[in-house]
Design a protein. Structure first.
Length: 737
C-alpha cells in the first residue's frame, strides 16, 4: 500500500474514460488517435513503391493492467517500465481450482498492427505518452487500493520484437510467436513520481476504500504543477478536448470555441510532422534504414543491416522478425533459453535528463489534470476531477455535482445556460418536389406506406407496416408549420424543463440569502445536498421543484466488471420503469412539477389526434441528451406495456430509426442489409406515436440527436402485470443462484 496517493485516480473504467481526454479506450489498453487505416494493398505497393506509406497515429494513453507477458519489468521504482502491446492474446483457463489464469499469445504480432505501429511512431518521434496503472497490474511493488491511477509522462526509448514460446504444445499450433516489447522511461522534467512523495503526517498507507483520503501539502503542490498554467494552455488542446461546435438548437455565443494557435498544435505533434488533412508518415511499415531504439545500446545485424538494442545479458541478438537471424545469439547462432533470459543492467539503467527533450520548452504538451468544461456551454457530459482528493467522478447529476469519494463540490456549480427553442421556418417534409436531406427514408423492401393528413393546425404522418409484421404503425404528429402554426407549447416546455433541471442564478442567490437566517441549523455535506437535489427531495433549497435528471446504473453492460452509468440523464414519473436501468420513480399526480403535467397533456392531445380511444398514460420518462449523446437500439417491450407509446421531442433535430430485430429477420425473410425499415427525421415539437404490441416485439429503434435535446416518452403500464413479471424474475434469479 503506497504511503502517498496518486494525484489522479478512479474506481471505474468509465470514470477514467469520461474524464481524461488522453485515455478513452473502454476495451483496449492503448488509446490512439489519428488514422488507423489499413496497410496499402500489395498491388498498390508494387505499382507505387514510394507511396507505400502509412498514415500517422498518435498514442496518448497506455494502460498497465492484467497479466504481464514474459519479461515485462517494473524497474528503478517505476522510472523504467518494460511492457507489451498489440493484443492477440487469449486468457487460458486455469488447470485447477488453485491455479491462476494466464494470458498467452495465439498468433504473431506485427509492426503493421495498428497499435504497435502507433507505438513505433511514438518512439521514433520521441512523443511523450501517459501511463496509467490498474489495480490488477501484477508488477506493481505495492497494492494499489483503487482501480486506476495515472502514473505520469513517459517516453518510449526502445522497441523490439522477440520470440515467445507458445503455452500449449499443439501439433497444429506454432511452437513460438512474435511479440513486440516497449521500454518506457519516466521524463524527469515533470518532477518526482507521486509514489515517492513523503507524507510524515499520514499514520497509515493511502487507502481510500477504508477512509476518506485528502491531499497532503506535497500532493497539493504536485497537483498544482500537473494542472499547468491556465495562460500557457489556453490555446493548446489535449485530444478531443476542444469546445464543441454549436448545435442547431444552441445559440452560437454559448459554445464559441477558444482560439487555437496552430504553433501549439505543432508543439503537441513535434518532430518532422506538419499538420495537414492529408498527413502521411514517411516511416514505412518495416523501416529498413532506421530502428526505434537507443543508438548507444544497439548494434546492426550483418544479415539485414537492421539496428537492434542489446536487451539481454546473454548478448546481442537481431530483433527484426523477418531476418533469418531473428532472436538467435550472435555468438553461437542458437536460440536462447527463455527461462534464463535476464535484462542487461545497462539496458535498464535510466537515461535521466537526456529524455527532457521530449518536453519542448520544458513543459508537457497538455496538463494531466483535465480541465473543467466551460459554464457557458451545455456540453457537460465529461467527468470531473476533485481538487481535494484527486478522484475522477462521472457527471452523474446535472445540478451541483460532487466528488464520489470525499463529497467535495466538483465542476462549476453555476446553472447551465438556457438554450432557446429552435425557430421553425419550413415544413418538415415537403409533400411534393425533390427529396431533401431532412426527409423520411423508407426501405424499398419494407412495404411501408406513408399517409399524410392535416387537421386543426396539426399535420400527421402515418407509416403503415405490411400485415405480415402484425399490428404495427408509426405516426408523427406536429404543428403544421406550412399552414402558419407554431410550436408555442413545445417552446414553453423546453424552457421550463431547463429551468427545473438547473435553476437560475437568481433562485440560488435567493436561497443563499435565506440560509443566512438559519445558521443555527446544521447544514448537510455537499455530497448529501447533491444526492438530495438529484432525487428531487431538496426542492426548497432552490425555490424550484427539480426534475431529477441523473445518469443511472446499468444492470447489464458489455464493458467488463464494475459500475457503468447510462449515457443520458433520465428520470421517471408514475409507474416504476423496470428495464436495463436500476432507477426509482417520482409520483405522477398533482404534486408533480407543472412542466410534467403540461407535457402529459400535450402527449395525450396529440396521441388522440391519431388514436382517439388511447388510454391514459400512467408513466412518463424524460431523457436529456447533451452534445454528442445518443440512444442505441432498444425496444419498449416491458411486461404490462400498453399498445401505444408516445414521445415528445424538444430541442435539436434528430434521426429516429426502426429496424427489424436480428432474431426476426430470418422469419420474415429479410436480408441483414435491409433490417432498417424506417428512418425518421424529428424536429422540435414532434410527437412520435408507436402503435401495436407487434412493433415492440419485432422491431427496435434508436435515436441520434444533432445537439442538445430533451425527449419525454409516455406509456401505459399495467402495474399488476409489471409487478408479477418483476417478482418472477427475482424468484428465478434467487433459485438460479
Amino acid at each position: 500500500m503506497p504511503r502517498s496517493g496518486p494525484i489522479i485516480w478512479s474506481e471505474t473504467r468509465q470514470e477514467l474514460c469520461e474524464s481524461l481526454p488522453y485515455y478513452r479506450a473502454y476495451q483496449t489498453g492503448t488509446y490512439v488517435t489519428g488514422s488507423l487505416g489499413a496497410r496499402p494493398s500489395t498491388a498498390a505497393a508494387k505499382l507505387h513503391p514510394a507511396s507505400s506509406t502509412l498514415k500517422d497515429s498518435i498514442p496518448y494513453g497506455y494502460l498497465l493492467a492484467g497479466w504481464p507477458s514474459r519479461r515485462d519489468v517494473w524497474a528503478h521504482s517505476g522510472r523504467v517500465i518494460i511492457s507489451h502491446g498489440g493484443g492477440k492474446s487469449e486468457v487460458a483457463d486455469a488447470a485447477g481450482a488453485s491455479s491462476t489464469k494466464k494470458a498467452a499469445l495465439k498468433q504473431d504480432q506485427s509492426a503493421n498492427d495498428s497499435v504497435i505501429r502507433a507505438l513505433l511512431h511514438s518512439s521514433r518521434h520521441r512523443l511523450p505518452i501517459v501511463l496509467i496503472a490498474a489495480e490488477t497490474y501484477a508488477l506493481l511493488p505495492v497494492r494499489l487500493p483503487c482501480s486506476y491511477a495515472v502514473l505520469g509522462w513517459y517516453v518510449i526509448t526502445d522497441c523490439w520484437a522477440e520470440r515467445e514460446a507458445a503455452e500449449a504444445k499443439d501439433a497444429e499450433q506454432p511452437s513460438a510467436f512474435v511479440r513486440w516489447k516497449f521500454r518506457f522511461e519516466w521524463i524527469p522534467a515533470q518532477g518526482e513520481p507521486w509514489w515517492e512523495l513523503r507524507d510524515d503526517a499520514r499514520q497509515a498507507g493511502w487507502d481510500p476504500r477504508q477512509r476518506v483520503e485528502r491531499f497532503s501539502t506535497a500532493q497539493r503542490q504536485m497537483a498544482k504543477h500537473m494542472r499547468g498554467s491556465k495562460r500557457k494552455h489556453a490555446s493548446s488542446t489535449s485530444p478531443s478536448d476542444a469546445e464543441p461546435s454549436p448545435s442547431r438548437s444552441t445559440p452560437a455565443k454559448l459554445s464559441v470555441p477558444e482560439s487555437f494557435d496552430e504553433s501549439e498544435r505543432d508543439r503537441l505533434l513535434y518532430g518532422p510532422i506538419k499538420t495537414s488533412a492529408t498527413l502521411v508518415s514517411q516511416c514505412a511499415a518495416t523501416p529498413a534504414g532506421e530502428s526505434p531504439c537507443n543508438a548507444a545500446q544497439s548494434a546492426s545485424c550483418r544479415q539485414c543491416r537492421f539496428a537492434s538494442p542489446t536487451v539481454y545479458d546473454t548478448g546481442w541478438m537481431c530483433l527484426r522478425p523477418d531476418c533469418a537471424h531473428f532472436f538467435l545469439l550472435a555468438s553461437s547462432g542458437a536460440s536462447p533459453d527463455e527461462e534464463t533470459l535476464d535484462f542487461s543492467l545497462a539496458f535498464l539503467q535510466p537515461q535521466s535528463l537526456a529524455l527532457d527533450v521530449a518536453f519542448p520548452g520544458g513543459e508537457p504538451p497538455f496538463p494531466l489534470i483535465p480541465r473543467r468544461p466551460s459554464s457557458r456551454s451545455v456540453d457537460q457530459a465529461r467527468g470531473l476531477w476533485c481538487s481535494k482528493c484527486g478522484r475522477l467522478s462521472c457527471r452523474e447529476v446535472i445540478f451541483r455535482p460532487s466528488c464520489a469519494h470525499c463529497g467535495h463540490a466538483v465542476g462549476k456549480w453555476k446553472p447551465w445556460p438556457t438554450v432557446s427553442p429552435p425557430t421553425l421556418v419550413r415544413e418538415l417534409w415537403p409533400s411534393r418536389g425533390e427529396a431533401v436531406f431532412f426527409d423520411p427514408v423508407l426501405s424499398k423492401t419494407s412495404g411501408i406506406k406513408l399517409h399524410v393528413r392535416r387537421h386543426a393546425g396539426l399535420v400527421v404522418y402515418s407509416f403503415a407496416f405490411p400485415d405480415a409484421f402484425g399490428d404495427c404503425a408509426v405516426h408523427v404528429v406536429q404543428a403544421d408549420v406550412h399552414a402558419g402554426a407554431q410550436e408555442d407549447v413545445a417552446d414553453r416546455l423546453f424552457r421550463e424543463f431547463q429551468h427545473h433541471a438547473w435553476p437560475t442564478d437568481a433562485a440560488v442567490d435567493k436561497e443563499r440569502y435565506r440560509s443566512k437566517k438559519r445558521r443555527k441549523m446544521p447544514e448537510p455535506s455537499p455530497a448529501v445536498l447533491a444526492v438530495d437535489d438529484a432525487e428531487g427531495k431538496n426542492n426548497a433549497g432552490v425555490g424550484t421543484k427539480l426534475v431529477p435528471f441523473r445518469r443511472h446504473v446499468l444492470t447489464h453492460h458489455g464493458c467488463g466488471s464494475g459500475r457503468m452509468l447510462t449515457q443520458q440523464f433520465t428520470c421517471n414519473y408514475g409507474v416504476a420503469y423496470k428495464h436495463v436501468v436500476a432507477m426509482g420513480t417520482e409520483p405522477l399526480d398533482t404534486t408533480s412539477p407543472a412542466v410534467i403535467s403540461s407535457t402529459l397533456d400535450l402527449l395525450h392531445t396529440r396521441t388522440r389526434a391519431v388514436l382517439a380511444s388511447c388510454a391514459e398514460f400512467n408513466e412518463l420518462y424524460p431523457v436529456l441528451y447533451l452534445e454528442h449523446q445518443a440512444m442505441s437500439f432498444h425496444d419498449d417491450g416491458e411486461p404490462g406495456l400498453g399498445s401505444v407509446v408516445s414521445s415528445l421531442s424538444l430541442g435539436s433535430t434528430c434521426r429516429m430509426r426502426f429496424r427489424l430485430k436480428a432474431k426476426c429477420a430470418a422469419a420474415f425473410d429479410v436480408a441483414p442489409r435491409d433490417r432498417v425499415v424506417l428512418d425518421l427525421p424529428l424536429r422540435h415539437g414532434s410527437v412520435v406515436v408507436q402503435q401495436g404490441h407487434d412493433l415492440q416485439r419485432n422491431f427496435e429503434h434508436c435515436v441520434d440527436p444533432q445537439g442538445f435535446r430533451i425527449a419525454i416518452t409516455a406509456r401505459r403500464i399495467e402495474p399488476t402485470t409489471n409487478d408479477i413479471a418483476k417478482k418472477s424474475r427475482t424468484k428465478a434469479g434467487s433459485s438460479a443462484s
